[in-house]
Write a protein that binds this ligand. Structure first.
Ligand code: HEC
Length: 617
């Protein structure tokens, strides 16, 4: 059964109150935070002395761009193997303003630590940390873990140098250059995609759960970073959401409404159940972030020391995917009125490529982003007239959209970038159909939404395919609250799921995807207990999910056609499938990489026929 309660202000608060309080949570309740080891947070400063006897502070280790700290145990084989790589990285990133420092945990003397660094030609400073004071402060897990700390003391990356060496393996060359990627992105002021990785190498006896150095939560030492990370993608001077949250005053003066919106789970907008699935684009606040934000607010929003402030975040102006290879724009502008409700607007753009194109990345950008709540782009295969042009009054609702899903966006949704070697096909001569949901914001705007596309410049090894579990034959009764509609799809050959995108309209209240494997194991893979039609979004698996051949994907939608549903335009109506806002949809889209069809047909009966009853492969 799906719980069909709408989000209420109390839900999250109850969950928090009921959870047993860890020592850390208790300290944050009083307005204290222990910080320093999660990316995005400020590293607590401490005094250090290097092997040459120079004294200083951890924050003083940074170069113009920041500091790279790497733990080393001279006698650990993984540390040894990484030494030449570190020499290369020093040469490349030293001139870019990164100062390298090695935290030597080998049980030896300073003179041996110096000799070891010299043996490999490492030029950075070395700090002997045999008492584990520094590695404990950073909660370092292994003797090859790297940390990137920017010039303002914010931890930007922690984890492996790359994936070439580990405890019981080494490859000829790395395939993932984590540290290099982090440094490249950090020096451009960009978000680091993989901010935490598992560091291989000899393990350190550090208690990761130990309480850190506790300090009062202030704007400068904690909240400014939290807002940068979790709110400014939408709430900033030139962002898509109202209410910029760029300055202390903007955040502190609005703390009552911020408290209400975050505590109730309304902000940041994110609707998946916390306990189900791990999502690459998860926007929700962690419990720790929420606790600190609330504690700070209730403590009178202390400003703190400006010396603790982070560097300002740089936002990309223009396309996030880089310069697109092609931009397809809707042919006509749309005037969005200052007020009222605007029906979904459909617009068609014909593509004019002389061949099928393989799309590796896409980004949808309205020109009046502040009044666009979502855009879904569908492909209309060539040869087919765009369906809405054919539709006469009284005709049945078009079925378009069930198979043609191409891409979507809502405020704050990142651009879609497919995994290396994979791409989505855009057939030659296809139309792109834009479904746009405009939400007037008090003043008039003119929009002409467009989509930017990047095409593959290397061979594509796997096609990204969008399919869906959908149901078009349902009837939602008037005034009823909990109405369930299901749909399923058989994944005969199986494949790898990349993302899920539940789609309903205003009566949509809850949505869930389950995977049923051939051995009848049933697992919930996405649970959206309080669906919000204003936030049409996809859920990208942090780790793509393997679907065994013969599995089914089962989608369950819950509808609320009662008066209690604040989005409901008319509870007295019986509602059927259709594309208009007042009609309903029940589509569980998913993007996946299909497995190749097996040489032997997957169905047991045809196997028997074709192989004369011989053993199945
Ligand atoms: C993905 C984009 C996005 C993110 C991230 C986001 N917001 Fe919002 N927020 C919005 C939009 C859009 C609105 C306006 C909703 C509307 O149109 O009513 C909004 C509205 C608000 C409001 C106004 C509520 C009111 O009184 O109407 C507050 C306060 C708020 N957000 C706080 C936050 C905070 C704090 C964070 C970070 C912890 C955050 N938001 C993260 C998009 C976002």
């Amino acid at each position: 059964m799906l719980p069909l309660v709408r989000a209420t202000a109390t839900l999250v608060a109850i969950a928090l109150a009921a959870a047993p309080l860890s020592a850390q949570a208790r300290s944050t309740q009083a307005g204290y935070v222990s910080f320093g080891f999660a990316p995005g947070e400020r590293v607590a400063d401490m005094s250090i002395t290097d092997v040459d006897g120079r004294r200083g502070t951890l924050s003083g280790l940074a170069g113009a761009a920041g500091a790279v700290l790497v733990v080393r145990d001279a006698e650990c084989p993984v540390t040894q193997r990484y030494s030449p790589r570190l020499v290369e990285l020093e040469r490349e990133y030293g001139p870019k303003g990164y100062a390298f420092t090695y935290i030597d945990v080998t049980p030896h003397a300073a003179i041996s630590a110096k000799a070891d660094a010299a043996k490999y030609g490492l030029t950075g400073r070395t700090i002997l940390d045999t008492d584990h004071r520094l590695v404990h402060a950073l909660r370092a897990t292994s003797a090859a873990e790297a940390f990137v700390i920017d010039a303002r003391g914010t931890l930007r990356y922690r984890g492996a140098i790359d994936d070439q060496f580990g405890i019981d393996f080494h490859k000829n060359a790395p395939t993932m250059n984590y540290l290099r990627e982090a440094l490249d992105r950090a020096s451009l002021g960009r978000d680091i995609v993989r901010r935490t990785t598992e560091a291989p190498g000899c393990l350190l006896p550090i208690d990761r759960a130990a309480k850190g150095q506790a300090r009062p939560v202030t704007y400068h030492n904690r909240i400014s970073r939290l807002v940068q990370e979790n709110c400014q993608s939408c709430h900033r001077a030139d962002g898509n959401a109202p209410m910029p949250l760029d300055t202390y005053r903007q955040v502190a003066d609005r703390r009552a409404t911020i408290e209400f919106m975050t505590k109730s789970g309304r902000m940041p907008p994110w609707y998946a159940h916390r306990k189900v699935g791990v999502w690459a684009n998860d926007r929700s606040l962690s419990e720790r972030d929420l606790a600190d934000l609330l504690a700070w607010s209730r403590n009178g929003a202390p400003l703190g020391n400006p010396k603790d402030a982070p560097s300002a975040k740089k936002w990309v102006k223009g396309w996030n995917i880089g310069t697109p290879d092609a931009v397809v724009q809707i042919p006509d502008t749309f005037r969005v009125p200052a007020q009222g409700v605007v029906e979904y607007k459909y617009s068609y753009a014909k593509t004019n490529f002389d061949e099928d194109k393989w799309v590796t990345a896409m980004e949808i950008r309205p020109t009046a982003a502040t009044v666009v709540h979502h855009v879904i782009v569908f492909i209309e295969e060539p040869g087919r007239e765009p369906d809405a042009k054919k539709r006469k009054p009284g005709d049945p609702a078009p079925q378009g959209g069930i198979s043609g899903f191409f891409g979507a966006t809502a405020p704050g949704t990142p651009a879609t970038i497919y995994p290396e070697g994979t791409a989505k096909r855009l057939p030659k001569g296809a139309w792109l159909k834009f479904q746009i949901h405009y939400t007037p914001n008090g003043s008039e705007h003119v929009d002409q939404t467009r989509i930017g596309l990047l095409f593959a410049d290397k061979p594509v090894t796997q096609e990204v395919v969008t399919r869906s579990a959908f149901n078009t034959r349902f009837e939602i009764k008037p005034y009823e609250k909990n109405q369930i509609v299901t749909a399923e799809i058989l994944m005969r050959n199986g494949g790898t799921l990349l993302s899920l995108f539940p789609h309903m309209h205003t009566r949509g209240a809850a949505f869930k995807y389950e995977l049923v494997t051939p051995d009848s194991q049933r697992t919930t893979i996405l649970d959206v207990p309080h669906y919000n039609f204003n936030w049409q979004t996809y859920y990208a698996f942090a780790k793509p999910l393997e679907v065994p051949p013969g599995s089914r994907i089962v989608a369950t939608a819950g509808y609320d056609n009662s008066k209690d549903n604040p989005f409901n335009p008319d509870p007295s109506k019986t509602v059927k499938f259709g594309e208009q806002t007042f009609e309903e949809m029940m589509i569980g889209y998913f993007d996946y990489l299909p497995n190749p069809a097996p040489a032997v047909p997957a169905r047991a009966d045809s196997v028997r026929k074709s192989s004369g009853g011989a053993a199945q492969r």
